[in-house]
Design a protein around this ligand. Structure first.
Ligand code: GAR
Length: 200
């Protein structure tokens, strides 16, 4: 019997290029999944705009909207349950996912990180800071990692990694661009792998 389409939430904070590439991969491959919710800590960003243009429900939610962090986490879980979310994809979400949410969705949350974990991960390692650290360390290659999210920042099981060279005249920006291109292919492949693991 055919498996129903896996219901996905994508968490974003910015431009949303990974979100768009995941959305395209689902349509083109095609994959047995659908993005039903875009959650963001920002009310207006590229990702939220893309969701609105494509009829995907959006949720702007931040800690500041609530009296306590626990209430914030509870509201997030409530919304995810309401949308019957099965898997969560972090795609440029620049906040730590509350532990209560991680516990409510064990082994169901993926993150993409713009480096070859376990190197260049952890607190403060996000966006352009990651690429600056890779150049500073004199690395000959970098890449991107899709991993499961657990309570330890950037430490969950690695699902898939792709590599790119670091070139002698790279700046943080040129390296970021090369890695981002590889992220788009990587996230689509990683999602395919996740669905195969979950739907067998
Ligand atoms: C991506 O490079 C992603 O790997 C990174 O932010 C960028 C978001 O771009 N995420 C992190 O650094 C998380 N620690 P996008 O909004 O265009 O997908």
């Amino acid at each position: 019997m055919a498996h129903h389409k896996t219901r996905l939430a994508v968490f974003c904070s910015g431009n949303g290029s990974n979100f768009r590439s995941i959305y395209q991969a689902i349509a083109e491959k095609p994959l047995n999944a659908e993005i039903v919710l875009c959650l963001s800590n920002r009310s207006a960003c590229g990702a939220m705009e893309f969701a609105q243009e494509n009829g995907i429900a959006t949720l702007h939610i931040t800690e500041k909207q609530f009296a306590s962090f626990d209430e914030f986490a509870a509201a997030m879980i409530h919304a995810l349950r309401e949308h019957r979310i099965e898997n969560i994809l972090l795609a440029g979400y620049m906040r730590k996912v509350p532990e209560a949410v991680v516990r409510a969705f064990p082994d169901k949350i993926l993150n993409i990180h713009p480096a070859l974990l376990p190197k260049f991960g952890g607190e403060g390692m996000y966006g352009i800071h990651v690429h600056a650290a890779v150049l500073q360390a004199g690395e000959k290659e970098s890449g991107a990692t899709v991993h499961f999210v657990n309570e330890e920042y950037d430490k969950g099981r690695i699902l898939l990694q792709h590599r790119v060279p670091v070139l002698p005249d790279d700046t943080s920006e040129s390296l970021a661009e090369r890695v981002l291109e590889c992220e788009h292919r990587l996230y689509a492949e990683a999602l395919e792998k996740l669905l195969q693991e979950e739907q067998q």
